[in-house]
Design a binder for this molecule. Structure first.
Ligand SMILES: Cc1ncc(COP(=O)(O)O)c(C=O)c1O
Length: 396
């Protein structure tokens, strides 16, 4: 089957929820993908910040093969050995205390929203159920997560939306203070806004949020679904800010491409949940947590994060050298970088794809760079060369 054959069948049988590029990748290795017509691409999308070890990493393949020949799924009615091991690693790495596993980022945020509310319910403060979220944020597509998302374009047509969310301005502590009242139970924030255009939080903003939450007894939740798992140059983004949230949510990179999400919380917040309060049939099953264990081990290995810091610094430098009058700014942390233009970038992304480089936007004007964390400087040079050629060809 060619790209065209697959696309044609897809249009007939797959529900029309995605705007898709006209290619069907069928094979991958490291930072490269090959489509059904045999064309090769350098992949700076990585399944949108998911394939952190590149495609078909040998050790990850082996871990999944070994687990798949032993046992795939039982149920959370029983103890699941790789789940317990992955939880221990996440706890030790984060300095938090307990983990709930699910299957996606939206579910991890749903779990955090439910935990925050149940935490206060158990303290006989059920009216404390309002969550402060941020404009331009993104937290997923389930009804609560899309309501927490501060972008109306994702909410249109889905009314009635669940209540209990109020929207502050990102990087503006005063706007948060103005929304806090006796009903506030949590603040939910991305340390680096992803879909909102690759916008890192100011250190003073996050430390101010921590102080405010401590003063008011509010839970601080960091959505690290996109910026977690080594993407910013530390395992968790919060580790670069010198503060600790009460809850973090993870997904994307956690399974290196195998679907898994997690909510990690401190003891205080975790005590909100008791058996029966929350669940997921597939959450933390053997295959998913076997993948997460392998990913966590590799990220923990000596020198891995240092290498991410070095190569991501190289990419940022090389991007900053590109001169084009349409570029407003290049920003971001680690391998979560964005190049903002004064116009829409769809045409540029299309040209890059034709030239064998996969990129994706973060909003209409921001070109996003979220390659595998294992990308090499040589591959970065190749991407920069293609991007420069594409910029020359691109007319708006
Ligand atoms: C910060 C953030 N939170 C949550 C989500 C939702 O994750 P998922 O698509 O796995 O539900 C995303 C996805 O892009 C995200 O970037």
């Amino acid at each position: 089957m060619t790209n065209n054959d697959i696309a044609k069948k897809g249009q007939q049988y797959v529900m029309n929820t995605y705007g898709r590029f006209p290619i069907a990748p069928i094979r991958g290795k490291g930072s490269y993908l090959w489509d059904a017509d045999g064309k090769q691409y350098l992949d700076f999308v990585g399944g949108i910040a998911v394939c952190i070890l590149g495609h078909c990493n040998d050790e990850l393949v082996k871990a999944l093969q070994e687990q798949s020949s032993q046992l795939w799924h039982v149920s959370n009615l029983y103890w699941i050995k790789p789940q317990v091991e992955a939880a221990e690693k996440l706890v030790k790495e984060s300095g938090l205390d307990k983990v709930f596993f699910c299957n996606s980022g939206a579910e991890a945020n749903e779990a955090a929203i439910k935990l925050a509310r149940k935490h206060f319910y158990r303290k006989q403060e059920a009216s404390r159920n309002q969550i402060i979220v941020f404009k331009e944020s993104f937290h997923g597509r389930t009804l609560a997560a899309v309501t927490a998302t501060g972008q109306t374009k994702y909410q249109e047509g889905f009314a009635p939306l669940p209540g209990g969310f109020v929207y502050a301005d990102f990087n503006n502590l005063t706007s948060v203070e103005a929304l806090v009242d006796e009903n506030t139970c949590a603040v939910l924030v991305e340390p680096v806004q992803g879909e909102g255009g690759i916008k890192p939080a100011d250190p003073l903003f996050l430390s101010g949020l921590r102080k405010l939450c401590d003063k008011e007894g509010i839970l601080l939740i960091f959505d690290e679904v996109q910026c977690g798992m080594g993407r910013t140059g530390s395992l968790f983004a919060f580790q670069q800010y010198g503060i600790k949230p009460d809850i973090i949510t993870l997904a994307k990179g956690l399974g290196g491409g195998f679907p898994i999400g997690a909510m990690v919380a401190n003891e205080k917040a975790s005590s909100g949940f008791a058996p029966g309060d929350h669940a997921s049939t597939f959450g933390g099953n053997l295959l998913a947590t076997a993948a997460a264990n392998q990913v966590l081990d590799m990220l923990h290995a000596d020198g891995f994060m240092q290498q991410v810091q070095k190569t991501s610094g190289y990419l940022k430098n090389e991007l900053a050298k590109i001169i084009d009058q349409r570029i407003i700014e290049t920003r971001g942390v680690g391998f979560m970088l964005g190049m903002e233009f004064n116009c829409e970038i769809k045409g540029l992304v299309d040209i890059c794809l034709q030239k064998g480089l996969l990129l994706v936007g973060a909003g209409p004007n921001v070109l996003r760079f979220v390659p595998p964390l294992t990308i090499s400087e040589e591959e970065i040079n190749q991407a920069i060369k293609i991007l420069q050629e594409a910029l020359k060809e691109w007319t708006v």
